[in-house]
Design a protein around this ligand. Structure first.
Ligand SMILES: Nc1ncnc2c1ncn2[C@@H]1O[C@H](COP(=O)(O)OP(=O)(O)OP(=O)(O)O)[C@@H](O)[C@H]1O
Length: 637
């Protein structure tokens, strides 16, 4: 990944990975107005390094090297124009420095770069989500020196770069373990050499960091001989943040701003969260959870390999960040902290996997998030609409994944419907039930590849005529959802494009008698069509659903819908072969014309065209488009 050109045994110059170069350029330009984040990012890294040391030291106490009071120290040197952020955390070995600081090893890097638009405001937001981390240093520094020693090792490493194309790396000495980042400030960045200003930035961004952030105290010194006084730095240390785990504090002591700042710290998001829930659970399992729902979906929401989301702590000690064990996939957008009082400190990923305690914590946390969403849906519908737009498609994975909470998730789902006929998904199943006709027994829906195909589907004709609402489903995940969500509050969900259409009590006896009569009259035609279409269809029937279109295709009651079969095929999966049923509308002029056609060859052409059109109307693809065109032409001429 990096190209090494050895300059000497001890000092090497190496090129940044191409993506790093690109990111550096972009970042310096688009985040320039956001300089303060540099401190936030570097403090955050220092705090992670301390967490890692604490965790490793559980099994190897000697890593503390007689220095177990962990902290972060910030200092500046006005004359040298440097700002230094130092920690006594885990530190890095030479290869770690090269791998961590010279390359971007994150999942989703490619998607990230593809998403950049060149629009500064939009890109700044994306870069924020991606997490600029250490590289943000170059927003305010034209040279960065990093000196680090891994806990337990003797050799230290010095890394240095101007943030352009390359960096140097060489061996050095460092007494204490941990990392020191020295920013050589750019011209015009003097505010970072101001004691008061630095402290106010640190307080703003890092109050919730659990480590003490220490700076030298400064005090006012009067001038001598009547000259003006000035602030001078003393030798005394001062802790400038609250340094307590925010989630462990009592709710009433935490301000809205602190909750928001903490969210930004753990999520690297620029925006405030949409909602959060903070609770202390006591009883069999004791734990604290502070869980946030973001306002915006991250660019890698659909990347199933991402493992971030929930940080697990045991008695304030950071253990790991592993969304999988603590949140189900369908809630993978949730960010936050879970701090258990019962799990062993040396808990490993394997233990987490099988732990009943962890399962209980997970179940409890899922309930909290679902209740939070319910609360937002009930009390802040505009916020819920925003949530749905960002995460609705992910939540739709829920009923298939989380059987125990199926009903609860179902009440949170929103759909587009024929009620408003717009693409906006804002109809809940409860709304639907409340609008159902008194005689209506099931919830009707249609699935299609696109919203337009669903909305314009011929299958809807009878429903529109009778004023019966139908849910319009066109997200890919809808088919998966409908596989597990088959009823809601005792009412079955029924596809209007599958099986025989039985409108039950929505039809009166006169309707049914008229239908029977049409069927009897079309019996001959149906037989001729079956013979002409042969294997292409499972059956031919007189429709019940169409009023304006000549024909439509319907899947058998127990067959896959045409839409699902196409999704599976596109995904390269084998779908069970099932032939569609062709339903015809004998009162349509085209069908009348077909019925009157005595010439067998022309009749067959009409029959195939009718079938192919019905397939096209529902978003399907013709097996043999050329023969469709040929037939159409022969009929036109
Ligand atoms: N002070 C530090 N001590 C030890 N390791 C560090 C330190 N700073 C950075 N690193 C290492 O360098 C890696 C890259 O840091 P960087 O800030 O670029 O990204 P990150 O922290 O992994 O991601 P993000 O900032 O998006 O959370 C870190 O994951 C960590 O392994």
């Amino acid at each position: 990944m990096t190209t090494a050109t050895a300059e000497s045994q001890s000092k090497q110059t190496m090129g940044f990975q191409a993506e790093v170069k690109q990111l550096l350029q972009l970042m310096i330009h688009s985040l320039y107005s956001n300089k303060e984040i540099v401190l936030r990012e570097l403090i955050s890294n220092a705090s992670d390094a301390a967490d890692k040391l604490r965790f490793e030291a559980i099994s190897n106490g000697s890593l503390y090297e007689n220095d177990s009071v962990l902290n972060i120290r910030i200092s500046f040197d006005k004359d040298a124009r440097t700002l230094t952020i130092a920690d006594n955390g885990i530190g890095m070995r030479r290869e770690e420095v090269i791998n961590n600081i010279g390359t971007i090893a994150k999942s989703g890097t490619k998607e990230f770069f593809q998403n950049l638009t060149g629009d500064q405001a939009k890109d700044a937001n994306l870069i924020g989500q991606f997490g600029v981390g250490f590289y943000s240093s170059f927003i305010i520094a034209d040279k960065v020196t990093l000196i680090t020693r891994r806990a337990g090792e003797t050799e230290a490493v010095k890394w240095e770069s101007h943030g352009e194309g390359d960096f140097t790396i060489e061996a050095t000495e460092k007494a204490g373990r941990g990392t020191e980042v020295i920013l050589h400030l750019r011209e015009g960045e003097e505010e970072f050499l101001n004691d008061w200003k630095l402290k106010s930035i640190v307080r703003k961004y890092s109050d919730h960091i659990t480590l003490p952030i220490v700076m030298k105290k400064s005090e006012w010194k009067d001038g001598e001989n009547g000259e003006g006084g000035q602030m001078v730095t003393t030798d005394e240390d001062e802790t400038i943040n609250k340094a307590s785990a925010l989630w462990a504090r009592s709710k009433s002591d935490i301000s809205e701003e602190e909750y928001q700042a903490f969210y930004k710290h753990i999520s690297h998001d620029y925006e405030n969260p949409l909602a959060y829930t903070h609770s202390r659970v006591e009883g069999k399992q004791e734990y604290i959870s502070l869980l946030y729902v973001p306002a915006k979906a991250p660019f890698d929401l659909y990347d199933r390999d991402r493992n971030q989301g929930i940080k697990l702590y045991v008695k304030r000690v950071f253990i790991m960040e592993d969304a999988d064990k603590l949140m189900p996939q369908y809630l993978r957008f949730v960010r936050g902290v879970i701090d258990s009082a019962d799990l062993p400190l040396n808990v490993s990923r394997e233990i987490l996997q099988d732990s009943r305690d962890v399962e209980a914590i997970k179940n409890g946390s899922v309930k909290k998030v679902l209740s939070l969403l319910e609360e937002v849906a009930d009390n802040k519908p505009d916020d819920y609409a925003k949530f749905w737009e960002q995460f609705g498609r992910v939540l739709k994975e829920g009923p298939g994944e989380d059987f125990a909470n199926k009903e609860k998730i179902a009440t949170l789902l929103r759909f587009a419907s024929t009620q408003s006929d717009t693409e906006v998904q804002n109809v809940s199943l409860k709304d639907y039930l409340s609008r159902m006709k008194p005689e209506q027994e099931v919830i009707y829906y249609i699935t299609a590849d696109t919203f337009a195909a669903a909305k314009n589907s011929p299958h809807l004709e009878i429903f529109r005529k009778k004023g019966i609402e139908v849910l319009l489903m066109s997200d890919k995940v809808d088919e998966w959802l409908l596989g597990s969500l088959t009823e809601f509050e005792g009412k079955k969900l029924q596809s209007i494009a599958k099986g025989d259409l039985d409108l039950g009590k929505l039809e009166d006896e006169a309707d049914k008698a008229a239908q029977k009569e049409v069927e009897a009259q079309a019996k001959d035609l149906v037989e001729r069509l079956k013979a002409a279409l042969g294997d292409a269809v499972k059956e031919v029937k007189v429709t019940h659903r169409l009023t304006d279109s000549p024909a439509c295709l319907v899947a058998g009651e127990h067959d896959l819908s045409g839409n699902l079969a196409r999704i599976l095929k596109a995904a390269g999966q084998k779908a069970p072969e099932s032939k569609p049923i062709l339903e015809i509308n004998p009162s349509h002029r085209l069908v009348e014309k077909l019925s009157a056609e005595a010439d067998a060859a022309r009749f067959a052409d009409y029959a195939h065209v009718l079938f192919d059109q019905a397939l096209l109307a529902e978003g399907g693809q013709l097996e043999n488009p050329a023969s469709f065109v040929k037939r159409m032409n022969s009929l036109i001429l």
